[in-house]
Design a protein around this ligand. Sequence first.
Ligand code: DAH
Length: 339
Amino acid sequence: MTDLGGLETQINNDLDTLTIVELKKKYLTQKGLLTKKFANIKNIPNDKKSEFGKTINRLKTLIEEKINNSKVKNKIKRSLRIDPTAPFDCNTKTNKQPHILDLKGSSHILMQEVDTFIDIFKSMGFDIVECRQVDDDYHMFESLNFPKGHPARDMFDTFWTEDGFVLPAHTSTMQNRILSNKTPPIYAVIPGRVYRNEATDASHEHTLFQCEGIYVDKDISVANMIATITEFLETYLESKLEVKIQPAYFPFTEPDCEFSISCPFCDKNGCSICGYTGWIELMGCGMIHPNVLRFANIDPDEYSGFAWGFGVDRLVMIKNNIPEIRHLRAGSIKFLREY
Ligand code: DAH
C-alpha cells in the first residue's frame, strides 16, 4: 500500500464532517492537499508510481462523488408528468394508468452558482432568506433612509404597478423586514431577482440576480465587514485575494464603500477580465445607517452592523469568463449546454 501520510484516514473523517465547499477547498483546488500530492508523483519511485496514482484517483473519486451527490448543481431533477388523457379510475379517484415520464434536466448556471453561494454562506453561519418579487415604497425606499423625493431614488429606477407596488430594484428591499422580524444577533443572506428600468447591452440587463447580506451584532466594525466578505469571495473564487474599499454613496449605509478584489485571473498584472487594471469592483457595502436600524426598532447605540449587495450575474460572468450578460437569459441551447 502506498504511503499517503495518513491522507486516506483524514479524507474519510472529513467526508462526514466537512461541507462540500470545505472539502473542495481542502483537497481539490490548485493548492488542495490531493492536488499537491498528485504533483509529487514525479518523486515517487517508478515501481510505486502506478499504485500511488491509483490511490490518489480513488480518493479523488470519493470526494467528487460526495460533492456530486449533495450539490443541487449537478443533481438531475426528475419531474413526474401525469398523462391527463389516461382513463379515470372511479374507485381510486386517480388516473388508472398514469404515464409517468422521467424528464431529465439540469439547473441554469445562475441557479447552480446561487446554490454554491448558499452553501458557503450557510457554512459561515448565515440564515438564507428569499427576496420578494413585488414590494412597496416603504421597504424599497423609505425604511432604507430614502425620504420621498430624495434624489438617490433615481439610482434605482424600476417598474411600478398601476396600484403602486414596485418590482424591487435591489435585494436591500428585504433589509427592514429581516431587521424588524429578528432580534440581534442577525446574520442573513438574501439572494433574489431584481429589476432595473434600463436599456440592455453587453453588461446591462433589466432583470438580474443580486445577493444581499446583513450582519448585526454588538461591536461590529468595518474590519468585520472586510473579513466576512473576503472569506466568502476567497472560498467562491478559490483563490487568495487582495481587497480594497473605496468611498461610495448609498443612503442606507454610513460609511458607504465600493468593495474591489485583486484580479484572480492575472494576479494584478492586467487582463481582459479586469479591464487591464488588476482590480475588479464587485459590490456596494457599508455599515448599516443608524436610521435604518431605528426604522426596525434596533437601538443603534447598542448594536451596529454591516450590509452588502452584489450582482450575482456579474460574479458568475467573472468566474466563468462569460463575456455578455444577455447570454444568461437568452435561452440559447448552445450556451445552456456549455454550462
Ligand atoms: N443595493 C445596492 C445596489 O443595488 C447595493 C448595496 C450597497 C447593498 C450597499 C447594500 C449596501 O446592502 O450596504 O446597488
